[in-house]
Design a protein around this ligand. Structure first.
Ligand code: FAD
Length: 612
């Protein structure tokens, strides 16, 4: 607890899981009831899911959230023998997490999972990451590795690894990055040499491996990208291997230690509780997943779900920061608000503080709707009985994934900064916890494919789907709401007019991208980041408008008012940025490259003035 003249602060462990908003979004905004009708999901009806999320929220608030600040202060540490110790409270929380089975919820029942839709899992991931992002990374990476094995592992591999990974007794990692191979994964050089017994000898160094070594589980299953002898260059020649920390005996028990060692862990800006490891593989025993040279395809399975999850991390950390800043704003007293009586006012009564609170709340609502929309389309793409609907759902997942990742994490940084601003000077002081959220979330626009790479994916690959028809259909779907908004009356009018204008801007930018991209890809890439932001703003505005209409239809006056105010505030005060970005999205690359190296550094000017 922080207190005193600096403002009365609530305990940092306070976290209020947003279960009622999650339930509202699932039921009224993203069509979850349809998902529960698909074959295989009959047991996951909305009431059951809301109960499950309620239980999960309670667990996260009580067990995981209180470990957040302690984990940051203590951090993970590497011992001289190469072992890695996580912060004190993590172990107990992790064992309780495993006992409760939260990591197993979305996986097939035949391997011990709960068989729930991915959308339910994403809601669980939000509450886990809000509680403690550094802690949540361990199950998150494990879930990515499970997904890859489910899709591409052979039967023996699935039987051997999945039950214990799904239960959480074993954890998983994702090993792509090497010193010379970051965004350019194709530059990796780790070698995989076949052995007579069918296994491979893996040799190389991987950097930045999240939970590459730790003490939360008895076994770590590394998924490692490497090249076999004679493999093609670039991404076409990459294969994916299971490299367990301990070899697994025939009976499933753990055998001898594999030759993978943790050389060091990084000292980072944030997520101090999450060990980020340099791993050395020296003739380590690895087992090929799928066929040789399929590595990138396998990693994409992991990366696509991980990209949405990382977008969700942006939302999750910002949600926790918002809640704490709101508590502070209601308690901290300074000056007298206009029209107030008495000695002083809570700072929440000042219009500019309200602006900061409402901006956080409206963006968070938009992001939650965007993430869950993506997740229900993942469920549709795997469980819709109709094949054409499955294909369309997969297209929408492809479109929304880079938007969720970038818009979610860019806003994660901006909103945690805004939350910190609400505290004034105390935001800059570590004890409030506001600074930790700001530091922790900063990695999210960087890892799992930087946001620049996401924007390139949007304009390069996603716009090209069916020569642009796929994205244009999505925009047309968003436009259908305009008629409903017009019918809903005057209170919805500004939402309708703003959405109309901003979708016009998005359509204009999309047309420009589709015309320009094929002939001048550099120009399209130059505008890709502002263009992606336009998408995020517009989809968010559309989903909040849907919420407002759904709120109006539901028999709950308070809910109706909240949804309307959020949609209107967003439409009038945040959404108009989309049209403001049209110029940057379509400006082309001329001025980005107009200055040479000397011009960028100012050296040319300096040379001239020195000569004069
Ligand atoms: C805390 C942490 C945890 C991580 N966890 C893991 C993990 O578990 N497993 C793993 O494999 N990796 C992990 N990473 C690595 C992470 O995914 C990479 O840092 C990231 O992909 C960026 O690579 P890089 O750092 O080499 O940056 P670079 O690729 O060098 O990029 C530098 C800058 O150039 C830009 N850039 C590069 N290429 C392009 C391009 N073609 N177009 C436009 N812009 C470009 C980038 O957007 C960025 O702004 C982690 C990193 C950190 C810091």
């Amino acid at each position: 607890m922080c207190a005193g003249a600096r403002g009365t602060l609530t305990p940092m462990s306070t976290y209020r899981p947003p279960v009622s908003d999650l339930a509202f979004v699932l039921e009224h905004v993203v069509g979850y009831r349809d998902i529960a009708k698909f074959p295989g999901y009959e047991h996951a009806d909305l009431d059951t899911v809301v109960d499950l999320l309620g239980e999960c929220g309670e667990f996260m608030a009580k067990v995981v959230a209180p470990t957040n600040q302690a984990g940051d202060v203590e951090g993970a540490r590497r011992e001289p023998d190469g072992s890695v110790v996580t912060p004190g409270p993590f172990k107990d929380a992790y064992h309780k997490y495993v006992d409760a089975g939260w990591g197993s919820v979305p996986f097939p029942e035949e391997f011990g999972g709960g068989g729930f839709p991915w959308s339910v899992n994403l809601a669980i991931q939000e509450m886990t990451a809000s509680s403690n992002m550094a802690f949540a990374l361990c199950p998150l990476l494990t879930q990515g590795a499970i997904d890859a094995l489910l899709h591409y592992g052979d039967d023996a591999q699935k039987q051997r690894y999945l039950p214990k990974m799904i239960s959480g007794e074993w954890t998983g990692t994702m090993n792509l990055t090497e010193p010379q191979a970051g965004s350019d994964v194709g530059a990796l050089t780790t070698r995989a040499v076949p052995r007579a017994d069918g296994s491979f000898a893996i040799t190389g160094q991987k950097i930045f491996i999240t939970y590459g070594e730790h003490d939360l589980s008895e076994q770590i299953v590394h998924l490692v990208l490497a090249r076999t002898p004679g493999a093609p260059t670039g991404t076409k020649g990459i294969s994916c291997f299971i490299v367990p920390k301990f070899l697994v005996n025939e009976d499933g028990s753990l055998g001898e230690r594999n030759s993978v060692t943790c050389l060091s862990i990084e000292h980072k800006l944030g997520i101090h509780g999450s060990p980020t490891c340099v791993l050395s593989y020296e003739d380590a025993t690895g087992y090929l997943i799928g066929d040789e040279n399929l590595g990138m395809r396998i990693m994409f399975v992991m990366m696509n779900s991980a990209r949405l999850s990382v977008g969700m991390q942006g939302l999750a950390v910002a949600e926790r920061a918002y809640q704490e800043s709101l508590d502070f704003a209601q308690e901290r007293r300074q000056g007298l608000a206009i029209g107030a009586t008495g000695k002083d006012s809570a700072i929440a009564e000042f219009p500019d503080v309200r602006r900061m609170l409402m901006t956080q709340k409206a963006y968070l609502a938009a992001l939650r709707r965007l993430m869950l929309l993506n997740a229900v389309h993942i469920d549709r793409s795997t469980h819709e009985p109709d094949q054409l609907s499955r294909v369309r759902a997969a297209e929408i997942v492809g479109l929304l994934t880079p938007i969720c990742k970038s818009f979610g994490t860019d806003l994660g940084v901006e909103l945690t900064s805004l939350a910190l601003q609400v505290y004034g000077g105390m935001g800059f002081i570590e004890e409030t916890g506001a600074a930790q959220h700001y530091r922790d979330v900063r990695i999210t626009p960087i890892y799992e494919g930087t946001n620049g790479i996401q924007a390139a994916d949007l304009v390069g690959r996603k716009l090209a789907v069916r020569d642009g028809a796929s994205v244009m259909e999505f925009i047309a779907t968003m436009r259908e709401i305009e008629v409903e908004l017009a019918d809903a009356g005057a209170r919805f009018e500004s939402i309708r007019t703003e959405l109309h204008a901003q979708l016009d801007a998005l359509e204009a930018a999309t047309g420009w991208m589709l015309r320009t991209g094929p002939t001048d890809p550099n120009a399209a890439l130059a505008g890709s980041t502002p263009y992606l932001r336009m998408w995020g703003l517009c989809v968010g505005g559309w989903l909040l408008a849907r919420s407002a209409l759904a709120g109006e239809a539901a028999d709950d006056a308070e809910q109706a008012e909240t949804q309307l105010v959020l949609a209107r505030f967003y439409a009038e005060q945040l959404l108009p940025q989309a049209a403001g970005l049209l110029g940057a999205a379509t400006a082309g690359s001329r001025d980005l490259f107009a200055l040479d190296a000397d011009g960028l550094s100012g050296a040319a000017r300096l040379k001239r003035s020195t000569a004069a």
